[in-house]
Write a protein that binds this ligand. Structure first.
Ligand code: SF4
Length: 491
Protein backbone atom coordinates (compact mmCIF):
# COMPACT_ATOMS: atom_id res chain seq x y z
CA UNK A 1 0.00 0.00 0.00
CA UNK A 2 1.14 3.54 -0.65
CA UNK A 3 2.36 5.72 2.20
CA UNK A 4 0.84 9.19 2.68
CA UNK A 5 3.93 10.79 1.11
CA UNK A 6 3.80 8.50 -1.93
CA UNK A 7 0.09 9.13 -2.34
CA UNK A 8 0.52 12.87 -2.21
CA UNK A 9 3.40 12.75 -4.77
CA UNK A 10 1.28 10.63 -7.10
CA UNK A 11 -1.77 12.89 -6.70
CA UNK A 12 0.22 16.01 -7.48
CA UNK A 13 1.80 14.44 -10.52
CA UNK A 14 -1.54 13.13 -11.75
CA UNK A 15 -3.01 16.61 -11.50
CA UNK A 16 -0.15 17.99 -13.59
CA UNK A 17 -0.59 15.21 -16.13
CA UNK A 18 -4.33 15.81 -16.45
CA UNK A 19 -3.74 19.55 -16.90
CA UNK A 20 -1.26 18.73 -19.64
CA UNK A 21 -3.66 16.29 -21.29
CA UNK A 22 -6.46 18.85 -21.29
CA UNK A 23 -4.24 21.03 -23.52
CA UNK A 24 -2.83 18.21 -25.67
CA UNK A 25 -3.45 19.04 -29.34
CA UNK A 26 -2.41 15.70 -30.74
CA UNK A 27 -5.19 13.32 -31.72
CA UNK A 28 -5.26 9.73 -30.47
CA UNK A 29 -4.21 7.78 -33.57
CA UNK A 30 -5.29 4.36 -32.31
CA UNK A 31 -8.76 3.65 -33.64
CA UNK A 32 -9.81 0.35 -32.05
CA UNK A 33 -12.84 -0.10 -34.30
CA UNK A 34 -10.76 0.51 -37.41
CA UNK A 35 -8.13 -2.03 -36.35
CA UNK A 36 -10.74 -4.66 -35.52
CA UNK A 37 -12.47 -3.99 -38.87
CA UNK A 38 -9.15 -4.31 -40.72
CA UNK A 39 -8.50 -7.64 -39.09
CA UNK A 40 -11.97 -8.84 -40.04
CA UNK A 41 -11.75 -7.64 -43.63
CA UNK A 42 -8.44 -9.41 -44.18
CA UNK A 43 -9.45 -12.70 -42.55
CA UNK A 44 -8.45 -15.82 -44.57
CA UNK A 45 -6.60 -13.92 -47.29
CA UNK A 46 -6.15 -15.47 -50.71
CA UNK A 47 -2.70 -16.94 -51.39
CA UNK A 48 -2.06 -14.44 -54.18
CA UNK A 49 -2.80 -11.54 -51.87
CA UNK A 50 -0.32 -12.83 -49.27
CA UNK A 51 2.31 -13.31 -51.97
CA UNK A 52 1.71 -9.78 -53.32
CA UNK A 53 2.33 -8.37 -49.86
CA UNK A 54 5.47 -10.47 -49.46
CA UNK A 55 6.74 -9.22 -52.81
CA UNK A 56 6.29 -5.66 -51.61
CA UNK A 57 8.04 -6.47 -48.32
CA UNK A 58 10.99 -7.87 -50.27
CA UNK A 59 11.52 -4.48 -51.91
CA UNK A 60 12.27 -3.03 -48.42
CA UNK A 61 9.74 -0.22 -48.63
CA UNK A 62 7.79 -1.36 -45.57
CA UNK A 63 4.12 -2.24 -45.32
CA UNK A 64 0.96 -0.34 -44.53
CA UNK A 65 -1.03 -1.67 -41.55
CA UNK A 66 -3.64 -2.96 -44.05
CA UNK A 67 -0.94 -5.07 -45.73
CA UNK A 68 0.52 -6.27 -42.45
CA UNK A 69 -3.02 -7.36 -41.48
CA UNK A 70 -3.07 -9.64 -44.53
CA UNK A 71 0.11 -11.37 -43.37
CA UNK A 72 -1.11 -11.59 -39.77
CA UNK A 73 -4.30 -13.28 -40.90
CA UNK A 74 -2.64 -15.87 -43.09
CA UNK A 75 -3.64 -19.41 -42.10
CA UNK A 76 -1.60 -21.37 -44.63
CA UNK A 77 1.49 -22.99 -43.09
CA UNK A 78 3.45 -22.99 -46.37
CA UNK A 79 2.85 -19.28 -46.72
CA UNK A 80 4.10 -18.74 -43.19
CA UNK A 81 7.29 -20.52 -44.19
CA UNK A 82 7.55 -18.11 -47.14
CA UNK A 83 6.97 -15.19 -44.78
CA UNK A 84 9.78 -16.40 -42.51
CA UNK A 85 12.07 -16.71 -45.53
CA UNK A 86 11.32 -13.13 -46.59
CA UNK A 87 11.87 -11.87 -43.03
CA UNK A 88 15.26 -13.65 -42.93
CA UNK A 89 16.22 -12.13 -46.29
CA UNK A 90 15.31 -8.62 -45.12
CA UNK A 91 17.28 -9.02 -41.93
CA UNK A 92 20.30 -10.24 -43.83
CA UNK A 93 20.05 -7.48 -46.41
CA UNK A 94 19.83 -4.64 -43.88
CA UNK A 95 21.63 -5.86 -40.78
CA UNK A 96 23.90 -8.62 -42.06
CA UNK A 97 25.03 -11.04 -39.36
CA UNK A 98 25.38 -8.41 -36.67
CA UNK A 99 23.51 -8.79 -33.35
CA UNK A 100 23.72 -5.95 -30.84
CA UNK A 101 24.03 -7.00 -27.19
CA UNK A 102 22.95 -5.12 -24.09
CA UNK A 103 21.96 -5.78 -20.47
CA UNK A 104 19.01 -4.51 -18.44
CA UNK A 105 19.84 -2.85 -15.13
CA UNK A 106 16.96 -2.46 -12.69
CA UNK A 107 17.78 0.52 -10.51
CA UNK A 108 14.53 0.94 -8.60
CA UNK A 109 11.37 -1.08 -8.19
CA UNK A 110 8.99 0.88 -5.92
CA UNK A 111 6.11 2.05 -8.09
CA UNK A 112 3.00 4.12 -7.38
CA UNK A 113 1.05 2.29 -10.09
CA UNK A 114 -0.93 -0.89 -9.70
CA UNK A 115 -0.87 -2.63 -13.07
CA UNK A 116 -2.67 -5.92 -12.62
CA UNK A 117 -0.11 -8.02 -14.53
CA UNK A 118 3.03 -6.65 -12.84
CA UNK A 119 5.03 -7.99 -9.90
CA UNK A 120 6.09 -4.46 -8.93
CA UNK A 121 2.51 -3.14 -8.56
CA UNK A 122 2.17 -1.30 -5.27
CA UNK A 123 -0.50 -3.63 -3.90
CA UNK A 124 1.77 -6.69 -4.27
CA UNK A 125 2.82 -7.39 -0.70
CA UNK A 126 5.13 -10.25 -1.72
CA UNK A 127 7.62 -8.14 -3.68
CA UNK A 128 9.97 -5.92 -1.75
CA UNK A 129 10.34 -2.49 -3.37
CA UNK A 130 13.98 -1.43 -3.39
CA UNK A 131 16.12 1.36 -4.83
CA UNK A 132 19.86 0.90 -5.30
CA UNK A 133 22.10 3.11 -3.19
CA UNK A 134 24.93 4.84 -5.10
CA UNK A 135 27.34 2.30 -3.66
CA UNK A 136 25.15 -0.62 -4.79
CA UNK A 137 24.74 0.99 -8.22
CA UNK A 138 28.50 1.23 -8.65
CA UNK A 139 28.89 -2.42 -7.69
CA UNK A 140 26.20 -3.48 -10.15
CA UNK A 141 27.85 -1.53 -12.97
CA UNK A 142 31.26 -2.94 -12.10
CA UNK A 143 29.78 -6.46 -12.12
CA UNK A 144 28.38 -5.75 -15.59
CA UNK A 145 31.48 -4.19 -17.13
CA UNK A 146 33.76 -6.93 -15.81
CA UNK A 147 31.67 -9.38 -17.81
CA UNK A 148 32.09 -7.28 -20.94
CA UNK A 149 28.91 -5.24 -21.21
CA UNK A 150 29.08 -1.81 -22.86
CA UNK A 151 25.39 -1.00 -23.39
CA UNK A 152 22.68 -0.88 -20.75
CA UNK A 153 19.02 -0.26 -20.54
CA UNK A 154 18.30 1.13 -17.09
CA UNK A 155 14.87 0.62 -15.57
CA UNK A 156 13.11 2.74 -12.95
CA UNK A 157 9.74 2.45 -11.23
CA UNK A 158 7.46 5.49 -11.23
CA UNK A 159 8.06 6.78 -7.74
CA UNK A 160 9.30 9.85 -5.83
CA UNK A 161 12.49 7.94 -4.90
CA UNK A 162 13.38 7.62 -8.59
CA UNK A 163 12.31 11.02 -9.89
CA UNK A 164 14.05 12.85 -12.71
CA UNK A 165 16.91 14.16 -10.53
CA UNK A 166 17.60 10.66 -9.27
CA UNK A 167 17.55 9.27 -12.81
CA UNK A 168 20.00 11.90 -14.09
CA UNK A 169 22.38 11.40 -11.20
CA UNK A 170 22.31 7.61 -11.54
CA UNK A 171 23.11 7.86 -15.28
CA UNK A 172 26.03 10.25 -14.61
CA UNK A 173 27.38 7.76 -12.09
CA UNK A 174 27.02 4.84 -14.51
CA UNK A 175 29.03 6.66 -17.19
CA UNK A 176 31.66 7.57 -14.59
CA UNK A 177 32.14 3.99 -13.34
CA UNK A 178 35.23 2.19 -14.65
CA UNK A 179 36.92 -1.10 -13.94
CA UNK A 180 40.02 -2.14 -15.91
CA UNK A 181 39.10 -1.64 -19.57
CA UNK A 182 35.43 -1.86 -18.59
CA UNK A 183 33.03 1.04 -19.01
CA UNK A 184 29.44 1.63 -20.09
CA UNK A 185 29.30 3.57 -23.35
CA UNK A 186 25.56 3.83 -23.91
CA UNK A 187 22.76 4.07 -21.36
CA UNK A 188 19.26 3.60 -22.73
CA UNK A 189 16.36 4.30 -20.41
CA UNK A 190 13.08 2.53 -19.70
CA UNK A 191 10.97 4.68 -17.42
CA UNK A 192 7.51 6.15 -17.01
CA UNK A 193 6.39 8.92 -19.38
CA UNK A 194 7.88 12.31 -18.56
CA UNK A 195 7.24 15.99 -19.21
CA UNK A 196 9.25 17.70 -21.95
CA UNK A 197 11.46 19.60 -19.47
CA UNK A 198 12.30 16.30 -17.74
CA UNK A 199 13.24 14.67 -21.05
CA UNK A 200 15.54 17.64 -21.70
CA UNK A 201 17.38 16.89 -18.46
CA UNK A 202 17.87 13.29 -19.55
CA UNK A 203 19.16 14.42 -22.92
CA UNK A 204 21.69 16.61 -21.09
CA UNK A 205 23.21 13.61 -19.31
CA UNK A 206 23.68 11.81 -22.62
CA UNK A 207 21.16 9.00 -22.75
CA UNK A 208 20.81 6.84 -25.84
CA UNK A 209 17.27 5.61 -26.47
CA UNK A 210 14.23 6.38 -24.32
CA UNK A 211 11.82 3.47 -24.20
CA UNK A 212 8.16 3.38 -23.21
CA UNK A 213 5.92 0.42 -23.93
CA UNK A 214 2.24 1.14 -24.40
CA UNK A 215 1.64 -2.34 -22.90
CA UNK A 216 -1.66 -2.70 -24.78
CA UNK A 217 -3.02 -0.45 -27.51
CA UNK A 218 -6.59 -1.63 -26.91
CA UNK A 219 -8.30 1.17 -24.99
CA UNK A 220 -10.80 -0.83 -22.94
CA UNK A 221 -8.17 -3.41 -21.96
CA UNK A 222 -5.74 -0.64 -21.08
CA UNK A 223 -8.30 1.03 -18.83
CA UNK A 224 -9.12 -2.27 -17.11
CA UNK A 225 -5.53 -3.32 -16.38
CA UNK A 226 -4.31 0.10 -15.20
CA UNK A 227 -6.70 1.09 -12.42
CA UNK A 228 -8.40 4.47 -12.47
CA UNK A 229 -6.72 7.03 -10.23
CA UNK A 230 -3.19 5.74 -11.02
CA UNK A 231 -0.81 7.72 -13.22
CA UNK A 232 -0.67 4.95 -15.73
CA UNK A 233 -4.42 4.96 -16.29
CA UNK A 234 -4.10 7.98 -18.62
CA UNK A 235 -3.80 6.28 -22.03
CA UNK A 236 -2.87 9.28 -24.16
CA UNK A 237 -0.25 10.53 -21.68
CA UNK A 238 1.56 7.28 -22.39
CA UNK A 239 0.72 7.15 -26.10
CA UNK A 240 2.37 10.53 -26.71
CA UNK A 241 5.22 10.04 -24.26
CA UNK A 242 7.73 9.49 -27.04
CA UNK A 243 6.37 12.39 -29.07
CA UNK A 244 7.29 14.56 -26.06
CA UNK A 245 10.72 12.90 -25.88
CA UNK A 246 11.27 13.80 -29.55
CA UNK A 247 10.12 17.33 -28.86
CA UNK A 248 12.81 17.53 -26.17
CA UNK A 249 15.46 16.47 -28.69
CA UNK A 250 15.75 12.76 -27.79
CA UNK A 251 15.67 11.39 -31.29
CA UNK A 252 16.08 7.67 -30.60
CA UNK A 253 12.84 6.43 -29.10
CA UNK A 254 11.66 2.87 -28.58
CA UNK A 255 8.14 1.47 -28.54
CA UNK A 256 6.75 -1.89 -27.52
CA UNK A 257 3.69 -3.83 -26.48
CA UNK A 258 3.41 -6.39 -23.74
CA UNK A 259 2.04 -9.36 -25.65
CA UNK A 260 -0.52 -11.35 -23.72
CA UNK A 261 -2.74 -8.51 -22.53
CA UNK A 262 -4.91 -8.40 -25.66
CA UNK A 263 -5.12 -10.05 -29.11
CA UNK A 264 -1.64 -10.24 -30.59
CA UNK A 265 -2.69 -9.28 -34.12
CA UNK A 266 -4.33 -6.12 -32.76
CA UNK A 267 -1.16 -5.18 -30.86
CA UNK A 268 1.04 -5.59 -33.95
CA UNK A 269 -1.19 -3.16 -35.84
CA UNK A 270 -1.15 -0.80 -32.84
CA UNK A 271 2.66 -0.79 -32.98
CA UNK A 272 2.60 -0.03 -36.69
CA UNK A 273 0.18 2.89 -36.28
CA UNK A 274 2.39 4.18 -33.47
CA UNK A 275 5.48 3.96 -35.69
CA UNK A 276 3.63 5.72 -38.50
CA UNK A 277 2.51 8.57 -36.28
CA UNK A 278 6.04 9.22 -35.00
CA UNK A 279 7.31 9.19 -38.56
CA UNK A 280 4.54 11.53 -39.70
CA UNK A 281 5.32 14.10 -37.02
CA UNK A 282 9.11 13.82 -36.70
CA UNK A 283 10.22 12.37 -40.03
CA UNK A 284 11.53 9.24 -38.33
CA UNK A 285 9.86 6.24 -36.75
CA UNK A 286 10.96 4.45 -33.57
CA UNK A 287 14.57 3.31 -33.32
CA UNK A 288 13.43 -0.08 -31.99
CA UNK A 289 10.32 -2.12 -31.34
CA UNK A 290 10.04 -4.68 -28.52
CA UNK A 291 7.52 -7.48 -28.21
CA UNK A 292 7.93 -8.90 -24.69
CA UNK A 293 5.47 -11.62 -23.69
CA UNK A 294 3.77 -11.67 -20.33
CA UNK A 295 5.80 -13.84 -17.92
CA UNK A 296 5.00 -15.30 -14.50
CA UNK A 297 5.61 -13.04 -11.50
CA UNK A 298 5.26 -13.60 -7.77
CA UNK A 299 1.72 -13.28 -6.47
CA UNK A 300 0.48 -12.09 -9.87
CA UNK A 301 -2.13 -14.56 -11.11
CA UNK A 302 -3.08 -12.43 -14.12
CA UNK A 303 0.37 -13.03 -15.64
CA UNK A 304 -0.44 -16.71 -16.11
CA UNK A 305 -4.21 -16.62 -16.53
CA UNK A 306 -4.72 -13.84 -19.10
CA UNK A 307 -6.92 -15.15 -21.93
CA UNK A 308 -4.55 -13.62 -24.49
CA UNK A 309 -1.25 -15.38 -23.68
CA UNK A 310 0.78 -15.74 -26.88
CA UNK A 311 2.02 -19.14 -28.09
CA UNK A 312 5.65 -19.65 -29.21
CA UNK A 313 4.55 -20.13 -32.82
CA UNK A 314 2.68 -16.83 -32.73
CA UNK A 315 5.73 -15.01 -31.38
CA UNK A 316 7.59 -16.09 -34.50
CA UNK A 317 4.77 -14.69 -36.63
CA UNK A 318 4.85 -11.37 -34.76
CA UNK A 319 8.58 -10.96 -35.37
CA UNK A 320 8.44 -11.97 -39.04
CA UNK A 321 5.55 -9.60 -39.83
CA UNK A 322 7.22 -6.70 -38.02
CA UNK A 323 10.46 -7.37 -39.93
CA UNK A 324 8.52 -7.18 -43.20
CA UNK A 325 6.51 -4.10 -42.17
CA UNK A 326 9.29 -1.89 -40.72
CA UNK A 327 12.52 -3.18 -42.27
CA UNK A 328 14.75 -0.40 -40.92
CA UNK A 329 13.52 -0.45 -37.34
CA UNK A 330 15.54 -2.45 -34.83
CA UNK A 331 13.71 -5.40 -33.26
CA UNK A 332 14.54 -6.41 -29.68
CA UNK A 333 14.11 -9.94 -28.34
CA UNK A 334 14.70 -10.13 -24.61
CA UNK A 335 15.88 -12.80 -22.21
CA UNK A 336 12.28 -13.24 -21.10
CA UNK A 337 12.25 -15.99 -23.73
CA UNK A 338 13.79 -19.45 -23.33
CA UNK A 339 17.16 -20.19 -25.00
CA UNK A 340 15.76 -22.63 -27.60
CA UNK A 341 13.08 -20.20 -28.69
CA UNK A 342 15.52 -17.28 -28.85
CA UNK A 343 17.67 -19.31 -31.19
CA UNK A 344 14.70 -19.91 -33.48
CA UNK A 345 13.35 -16.36 -33.40
CA UNK A 346 16.57 -14.35 -33.83
CA UNK A 347 17.02 -15.23 -37.53
CA UNK A 348 13.51 -13.96 -38.32
CA UNK A 349 14.51 -10.34 -37.94
CA UNK A 350 15.86 -9.60 -34.50
CA UNK A 351 18.69 -7.04 -34.36
CA UNK A 352 19.20 -6.59 -30.60
CA UNK A 353 19.12 -8.96 -27.62
CA UNK A 354 20.00 -8.78 -23.97
CA UNK A 355 22.20 -11.50 -22.51
CA UNK A 356 23.75 -12.45 -19.21
CA UNK A 357 20.77 -10.61 -17.73
CA UNK A 358 19.55 -10.37 -14.16
CA UNK A 359 16.43 -8.36 -13.38
CA UNK A 360 16.28 -8.52 -9.60
CA UNK A 361 17.32 -5.29 -7.92
CA UNK A 362 20.99 -5.90 -7.09
CA UNK A 363 20.92 -9.10 -9.18
CA UNK A 364 24.33 -8.77 -10.87
CA UNK A 365 26.15 -8.80 -7.58
CA UNK A 366 24.49 -12.15 -6.88
CA UNK A 367 24.90 -13.48 -10.40
CA UNK A 368 24.86 -17.13 -9.36
CA UNK A 369 21.23 -16.77 -8.21
CA UNK A 370 19.28 -17.07 -11.45
CA UNK A 371 16.00 -15.98 -9.90
CA UNK A 372 15.27 -13.86 -6.83
CA UNK A 373 11.47 -13.78 -7.13
CA UNK A 374 10.81 -11.39 -4.26
CA UNK A 375 12.94 -8.74 -6.02
CA UNK A 376 11.80 -9.30 -9.61
CA UNK A 377 9.11 -7.76 -11.81
CA UNK A 378 8.68 -11.07 -13.65
CA UNK A 379 10.69 -14.21 -14.35
CA UNK A 380 13.41 -14.50 -17.03
CA UNK A 381 13.49 -17.46 -19.44
CA UNK A 382 17.17 -17.21 -20.44
CA UNK A 383 19.62 -16.86 -17.57
CA UNK A 384 22.74 -18.05 -19.37
CA UNK A 385 25.94 -16.08 -18.97
CA UNK A 386 26.91 -13.50 -21.57
CA UNK A 387 29.88 -15.68 -22.51
CA UNK A 388 27.73 -18.77 -23.13
CA UNK A 389 25.24 -16.77 -25.14
CA UNK A 390 27.97 -15.21 -27.27
CA UNK A 391 29.51 -18.60 -27.98
CA UNK A 392 26.17 -19.85 -29.28
CA UNK A 393 25.81 -16.73 -31.46
CA UNK A 394 29.25 -17.41 -32.94
CA UNK A 395 28.39 -21.03 -33.62
CA UNK A 396 25.33 -19.79 -35.49
CA UNK A 397 27.49 -17.45 -37.59
CA UNK A 398 26.56 -14.10 -35.99
CA UNK A 399 28.86 -11.22 -35.15
CA UNK A 400 28.04 -10.06 -31.62
CA UNK A 401 28.26 -6.26 -31.35
CA UNK A 402 28.75 -3.92 -28.42
CA UNK A 403 29.05 -0.97 -30.75
CA UNK A 404 27.95 2.47 -29.60
CA UNK A 405 29.79 4.48 -32.24
CA UNK A 406 26.68 5.53 -34.16
CA UNK A 407 25.20 7.20 -31.16
CA UNK A 408 28.43 8.92 -30.16
CA UNK A 409 29.01 10.20 -33.71
CA UNK A 410 25.50 11.65 -33.88
CA UNK A 411 24.18 8.94 -36.23
CA UNK A 412 20.80 8.82 -34.51
CA UNK A 413 17.16 9.57 -35.27
CA UNK A 414 16.43 10.75 -38.79
CA UNK A 415 20.13 10.78 -39.69
CA UNK A 416 20.47 7.13 -38.66
CA UNK A 417 17.41 6.14 -40.69
CA UNK A 418 18.67 7.87 -43.84
CA UNK A 419 22.00 6.05 -43.46
CA UNK A 420 20.29 2.76 -42.69
CA UNK A 421 18.29 3.07 -45.89
CA UNK A 422 21.53 3.30 -47.88
CA UNK A 423 22.80 -0.03 -46.57
CA UNK A 424 25.07 1.85 -44.21
CA UNK A 425 24.23 -0.26 -41.17
CA UNK A 426 25.60 -3.35 -42.81
CA UNK A 427 28.65 -1.75 -44.39
CA UNK A 428 29.52 0.68 -41.65
CA UNK A 429 28.23 -0.87 -38.45
CA UNK A 430 29.56 -4.35 -39.14
CA UNK A 431 33.23 -3.27 -39.03
CA UNK A 432 32.47 -1.47 -35.76
CA UNK A 433 30.73 -4.58 -34.47
CA UNK A 434 33.86 -6.58 -35.23
CA UNK A 435 36.07 -4.09 -33.38
CA UNK A 436 33.91 -4.12 -30.24
CA UNK A 437 33.61 -7.89 -30.41
CA UNK A 438 37.40 -8.15 -30.61
CA UNK A 439 37.63 -6.06 -27.42
CA UNK A 440 35.27 -8.53 -25.76
CA UNK A 441 37.35 -11.49 -26.92
CA UNK A 442 40.58 -9.91 -25.67
CA UNK A 443 39.29 -8.76 -22.30
CA UNK A 444 36.46 -11.04 -21.16
CA UNK A 445 35.90 -14.20 -23.23
CA UNK A 446 36.50 -17.75 -22.00
CA UNK A 447 39.01 -19.75 -24.08
CA UNK A 448 36.21 -21.63 -25.89
CA UNK A 449 34.34 -18.43 -26.76
CA UNK A 450 37.57 -16.74 -27.85
CA UNK A 451 38.24 -19.58 -30.23
CA UNK A 452 34.71 -19.49 -31.66
CA UNK A 453 34.83 -15.68 -31.91
CA UNK A 454 38.19 -15.52 -33.67
CA UNK A 455 36.79 -17.92 -36.25
CA UNK A 456 33.86 -15.55 -36.89
CA UNK A 457 36.19 -12.58 -37.32
CA UNK A 458 38.46 -14.52 -39.67
CA UNK A 459 35.49 -15.53 -41.77
CA UNK A 460 34.24 -11.94 -41.90
CA UNK A 461 37.64 -10.58 -42.93
CA UNK A 462 38.01 -13.16 -45.68
CA UNK A 463 34.65 -12.16 -47.18
CA UNK A 464 35.45 -8.45 -46.85
CA UNK A 465 38.87 -8.95 -48.42
CA UNK A 466 37.19 -10.42 -51.50
CA UNK A 467 34.66 -7.60 -51.91
CA UNK A 468 36.29 -4.50 -50.33
CA UNK A 469 40.06 -5.07 -49.89
CA UNK A 470 40.81 -1.50 -48.75
CA UNK A 471 38.17 -1.67 -46.02
CA UNK A 472 39.46 -5.10 -44.95
CA UNK A 473 42.93 -3.59 -44.58
CA UNK A 474 41.55 -0.72 -42.45
CA UNK A 475 39.74 -3.21 -40.17
CA UNK A 476 42.86 -5.38 -39.86
CA UNK A 477 44.94 -2.36 -38.91
CA UNK A 478 42.51 -1.44 -36.11
CA UNK A 479 42.32 -5.04 -34.89
CA UNK A 480 46.09 -5.01 -34.52
CA UNK A 481 45.91 -1.79 -32.52
CA UNK A 482 43.38 -3.44 -30.20
CA UNK A 483 45.71 -6.41 -29.77
CA UNK A 484 48.45 -3.94 -28.86
CA UNK A 485 46.27 -2.58 -26.05
CA UNK A 486 44.29 0.34 -27.52
CA UNK A 487 40.52 0.35 -26.88
CA UNK A 488 37.36 2.03 -28.14
CA UNK A 489 38.34 2.26 -31.80
CA UNK A 490 35.62 2.82 -34.36
CA UNK A 491 34.90 4.07 -37.86
S1 SF4 B 1 4.12 -2.21 -15.06
FE1 SF4 B 1 5.46 -0.50 -14.57
S2 SF4 B 1 4.05 1.10 -13.96
FE2 SF4 B 1 2.91 -0.80 -13.80
S3 SF4 B 1 3.15 -1.43 -11.67
FE3 SF4 B 1 4.76 -2.41 -12.89
S4 SF4 B 1 6.53 -1.09 -12.68
FE4 SF4 B 1 4.73 0.09 -12.08
Amino acid sequence: MLSAAERSWAEERLERILEHEAKEKRRDFIDDAKIEALLEETANPAKERVRDVLAKARSLVGLEPEEAAVLLNNTDEDLWQETYAVAREIKQEIYGNRIVLFAPLYISSPCVNDCIYCGFRHSNSQVRGQTLTWEQLEKEVQALVTRGHKRLIVVYGEHPASDIDFMCESIRRIYATRKGNGEIRRVNVNAAPLFVDEYRQLKEVGIGTFQVFQETYHHATYARLHPRGTLKHVYTWRLFSLHRAEEAGIDDVAIGALFGLYKWRFEVLGLLYHAQDLEREFGVGPHTISFPRLQPAVNTPYATSSPYLVADEDLKKIVAVLRCAVPYTGLILTARERPELRREVIPLGVSQVDAGSRIAIGGYEEMEREHIPEREQFQLGDTRSLDDFIRELCEDGYIPSFCTAGYRCGRTGEHFMSLAKKGFVKNFCTPNAVLTFKEYLLDYASPATRQAGEKVIKHYLAALEASHPAQAQAVRERLQRLEAGERDLYF
